[in-house]
Design a protein around this ligand. Structure first.
Ligand SMILES: Oc1cc(-c2ccc(F)cc2)cc2cccnc12
Ligand SMILES: [Mg+2]
Length: 214
């Protein structure tokens, strides 16, 4: 066998980015994925929308579902205020291992708690394990058919408060139709679609921002 795509991405970061400089880590991954081999990071186009929505919220607590290699973890954590906390959940241990190293290379390990496991199992444990009362911001970027059930689970576990912002990746490609139906038809959310491109391609994709109304 040999190296995996995530391992090659990590090598590209170690070669081309500056330790402790999150922006250089982001640029190194974007360059690698645009010019060497595609990978399923949120990417630079949708990443700019993620940045602006995140800055608008300025959250104290963030939940990310789907870490992959940590690209969006770095994008989010680099913009978070001192003392704020990001919990990121990854099911795949090989992805988690690479993500830990990329997050540490960016120097953001103090803001980030990476938890390995299934979101469905971990969400009910957030309060007891991490002392989380509410999440101010949730980035959904894991398996698309988990978006809706995990959102309902966050509601049922009392982890959303009035004003919590959910931002979901890939609502067009690969698509999350059940999730869109749920947040767009529920009186408990105010949703809007940000049209963009599938990472590193010309295909359409976009982000859905949904504000929990309590
Ligand atoms: O941003 C993403 C993109 C894709 C994707 C894979 C193959 C395609 F041909 C198109 C899109 C999958 C994801 C799975 C989980 C989280 N994000 C993803
Ligand atoms: Mg994605």
């Amino acid at each position: 066998t040999g190296t995996s795509r995530p391992q090659r991405m990590l090598k590209a970061v170690q070669k081309n980015a500056t330790k402790g400089d999150p922006q250089s880590v982001i640029s190194a991954i974007d360059y690698y994925c645009r010019h060497k081999e595609w990978a399923m990071n949120v990417g630079d186009d949708k990443g700019l929308i993620l940045d602006s929505v995140l800055m608008e919220v300025n959250p104290s607590t963030v939940l990310e579902l789907g870490t992959y290699c940590g690209y969006s973890t770095v994008r989010i954590a680099r913009l978070m205020s001192p003392g704020s906390k990001l919990i990121t959940v990854e099911f795949n241990p090989a992805f988690a291992e690479v993500a830990r190293q990329i997050i540490a290379y960016a120097g953001l390990q103090d803001k980030v708690t990476l938890v390995e496991g299934s979101s469905g199992d971990l969400i009910p444990k957030m309060k007891e394990r991490f002392g989380i009362k509410y999440f101010d911001f949730v980035f959904l970027d894991h398996w698309k058919d988990s978006y809706a059930p995990d959102t309902k689970l966050l509601e049922d576990c009392g982890l959303l408060k009035k004003g919590t912002v959910l931002l979901a990746d890939n609502v067009i490609c690969p698509g999350a139709p059940e999730y869109l139906k749920y947040v767009r038809n529920s009186p408990r959310y105010e949703s809007r679609y940000y049209k963009s491109n599938l990472e590193y391609t010309k295909a359409e994709d976009g982000l859905e921002k949904s504000v929990f109304l309590g």
